[in-house]
Design a protein around this ligand. Structure first.
Ligand SMILES: CCCCCCCCCCCCCCCC(=O)SCCNC(=O)CCNC(=O)[C@H](O)C(C)(C)COP(=O)(O)OP(=O)(O)OC[C@H]1O[C@@H](n2cnc3c(N)ncnc32)[C@H](O)[C@@H]1OP(=O)(O)O
Length: 139
């Protein structure tokens, strides 16, 4: 689907590596107005950050907070949507993970950042209580 939007940012956050999730926005993901539902974006962002957290913490993690959520631009059905996530701070049991969401119109090359937010995950053990994050053996 084509859409009229303000000027696109052409720079992808490639220095953050590949997206943790890349998918296509579907009609089932829309809000009543027909644009992509913010709640769907947040769920995917939580999943992307959770994936990064579980990998770093070598096990189960729980979302404890989502802050600084900003929806800069709308997302439309048919857009390719990429979720980038990276750790900005590691504490004793928690990790702060920045997530950026970028869209690409289905039939073009222009990309733009549409949403961002800061998620905090806590590594938890089998008792669901916080557990220390293991040493980062990859540096
Ligand atoms: C079988 C499994 C396989 C796994 C396969 C993996 C698959 C990978 C993909 C999954 C991707 C989906 C990911 C979805 C993840 C959910 O959907 S989780 C569901 C939603 N979240 C919840 O239900 C969590 C509910 N909360 C809790 O259970 C408890 O608050 C927690 C998380 C156990 C923490 O316990 P607590 O006693 O509140 O924490 P506390 O000891 O006071 O503080 C712990 C740390 O959190 C920090 N903290 C406390 N409060 C806050 C706050 N408000 N803000 C920020 N930081 C805070 C503290 O500073 C501390 O940090 P460190 O200094 O240790 O680094």
């Amino acid at each position: 689907m084509t859409s009229e939007l303000p000027s696109a940012e052409s720079v992808q956050p490639t220095d953050r590596g590949p997206p943790v999730i890349r998918t296509v926005a579907m009609p089932t993901d829309t809000n009543p107005a027909g644009d992509i539902f913010g709640g769907w974006l947040m769920a995917q962002m939580d999943m992307a950050a959770g994936n990064v957290a579980a990998r770093r913490a070598r096990g189960r993690c729980a979302t404890i907070s989502a802050e600084a959520m900003t929806f800069h631009r709308p997302v439309f059905v048919g857009d390719e949507v990429s979720f980038y996530a990276w750790i900005v701070k590691t504490g004793r049991t928690s990790m702060r993970i920045q997530v950026e969401v970028w869209r690409r119109e289905r039939e073009g090359e222009a990309t733009m950042k549409v949403t961002e937010g800061l998620f905090t995950f806590v590594a938890i053990g089998p008792d669901r209580r916080p557990r220390p994050i293991p040493e980062d053996i990859e540096g």
